[in-house]
Design a protein around this ligand. Structure first.
Ligand code: 5GP
Ligand code: ZN
Length: 118
C-alpha cells in the first residue's frame, strides 16, 4: 500500500532502526541523519518515515509530510549553523539526476562554498 515500509528499501530500514545511522533529528514523521559519504562539511539526509519513491510522489500523496521534510531541512541547517552562510537542499529525482535510493529524501549541504548550479 502507498506509504507502507518496503522490505528492500535502505531508508525504510534506517527509519525502522534496522540499519544504523548517525541520527541528528527526529520528529513523528521525519528522520534526519548524516550521509555515509559526505560531500560537504554538513551533509545530512532528511527522510519522511513513510515510503514514497521520490519527493514529487511524497508531495502528491502527503503534502503535510512533504512540508515537514522541508521544515526539518531548515532546522538541520540551523542546528549545524550553516544557515547564516548559506546551504543547499537537493532532491535528486530519477536515475538520470543521480538518485540512487528510491525513498524520498532531501540532502542538506553546507559548510563550504557551494557553486551556483542554476
Ligand atoms: P541519492 O543519490 O539517492 O540522491 O542519495 C542517496 C544518498 O544516500 C547518497 O548521498 C549516499 O551517500 C547515501 N547513503 C547510501 N547508503 C547509505 C547508508 O547506508 N547510510 C547513510 N547514512 N547514507 C547512505
Ligand atoms: Zn523506503
Amino acid at each position: 500500500m502507498a506509504g507502507e515500509p518496503q522490505a528492500d528499501c535502505l531508508f525504510c530500514k534506517i527509519a525502522a532502526g534496522d540499519v544504523p545511522a548517525t541520527i541528528v533529528r527526529e520528529t513523528e514523521t521525519t528522520l534526519a541523519f548524516r550521509d555515509i559519504s559526505p560531500q560537504a562539511p554538513t551533509h545530512v539526509l532528511v527522510i519522511p518515515k513513510v515510503h514514497y519513491s521520490d519527493a514529487a510522489e511524497l508531495a502528491a500523496a502527503e503534502p503535510v509530510i512533504a512540508g515537514d521534510v522541508l521544515r526539518e531541512a531548515g532546522q538541520v541547517a540551523a542546528d549545524e549553523k550553516v544557515d547564516g552562510t548559506g546551504y543547499r537542499i537537493v532532491f535528486n529525482t530519477g536515475p538520470g539526476a543521480g538518485q540512487t535510493v528510491f525513498h524520498a529524501h532531501a540532502h542538506v549541504l553546507g559548510g563550504r562554498d557551494l557553486q551556483r548550479l542554476v
